[in-house]
Design a protein around this ligand. Structure first.
Ligand SMILES: Cc1cc2nc3c(=O)[nH]c(=O)nc-3n(C[C@H](O)[C@H](O)[C@H](O)COP(=O)(O)O)c2cc1C
Length: 202
C-alpha cells in the first residue's frame, strides 16, 4: 500500500536538522564516518527524483589518507586542509553516457534512444540531475545525523584525471566533505532573502 505522507509537515526538530539549523562546516570533530553511514546516505539519496530516473551521479567517497592527500592537491589553497581533516569527502561526478543504464533504470520506455546521438543533451541532463543528486546527498547526510561541507574550489581537470582516470566519460560536478561538524568552524549565518526578493507567483 502506498503511504500517505502529504498531510504531514515535519516537526520543527526535523526541519531544523535538515534546513534551519543545519550549517556548512569548515572543520570536523575527531569522529569517523562508517561505510554503513555512507551506504545509508546513498540509500536515501537514490530515492529522490531525477529526469527519467537517469541517476547520472557517480561518486567516489574519499576516505583514506592517501586519497585525501591526492584530492587536496587538486583543491584551492583554502580547501586543502578541510579535505585532509574531513573523515570523508565525496567526489560527486556525473556520467555523460548515463543513457547506457536507462534500459534497467527506466524500464517502461525506450529512454536510451532519446539520448543516443545527442551528447550535448546528455551533458546538460547529466549536469542538471547530478547537481540535484548532490543536493540530495547533503540532505540525506543531514537526515542521518551528519554534517556537510560542499566545495567547488578545485581544478576540475585534475580531479577528473585523478579520480575518474579509468572512466573517461565521468566528470566531476562538486565535492562535499561529510562528518560531524565542529561548531567552532562555522561562519556567521549569511543573510537569506525573503520570498518577495527572488520569487513571484504568476
Ligand atoms: C556547490 C557549493 C560550492 C561551495 N564551494 C565552497 C568552497 O570551495 N570553499 C568553501 O569554503 N565553501 C564553499 N561552499 C560553502 C558555501 O559558501 C556555504 O555553503 C554557504 O555560504 C552557506 O553556508 P551555511 O550553510 O553555513 O549557511 C560551497 C557551497 C556549495 C553548495
Amino acid at each position: 500500500m502506498t503511504k500517505q505522507y502529504h498531510d504531514h509537515v515535519l516537526s520543527d526538530a526535523v526541519l531544523g536538522q535538515l534546513f534551519n539549523d543545519a550549517r556548512t562546516y569548515n572543520g570536523w570533530l575527531d569522529k569517523g564516518v562508517s561505510d554503513d553511514q555512507i551506504h545509508a546516505i546513498w540509500d536515501l539519496m537514490k530515492m529522490a527524483p531525477t529526469s527519467a530516473n537517469m541517476q547520472p551521479v557517480r561518486i567516489v567517497w574519499v576516505k583514506s589518507d592517501e586519497q585525501k592527500a591526492k584530492l587536496a592537491e587538486c583543491a584551492s589553497e583554502g580547501n586543502q586542509d578541510k579535505i585532509k581533516a574531513a573523515p570523508v569527502t565525496a567526489v560527486i561526478g556525473y556520467d555523460i553516457d548515463f543513457h547506457e543504464e536507462l534500459p534497467w533504470l527506466f524500464p517502461h520506455a525506450d529512454a536510451k534512444s532519446w539520448f543516443e546521438g545527442d551528447e550535448e543533451g546528455r551533458k546538460q541532463g547529466a549536469f542538471r540531475n547530478s547537481s540535484l543528486q548532490g543536493a540530495y546527498l547533503i540532505l540525506a547526510a543531514r537526515a542521518v545525523g551528519l554534517d556537510c561541507g560542499p566545495m567547488s574550489g578545485f581544478d576540475e581537470d585534475k580531479v577528473n584525471d585523478t579520480f575518474f582516470a579509468d572512466q573517461p566519460r565521468h566528470r566531476v560536478n562538486f565535492i562535499c566533505s561529510v562528518g560531524y561538524g565542529d561548531p567552532e568552524t562555522i561562519f556567521d549565518r549569511s543573510p537569506r532573502p525573503d520570498f518577495d526578493k527572488f520569487n513571484s507567483i504568476a
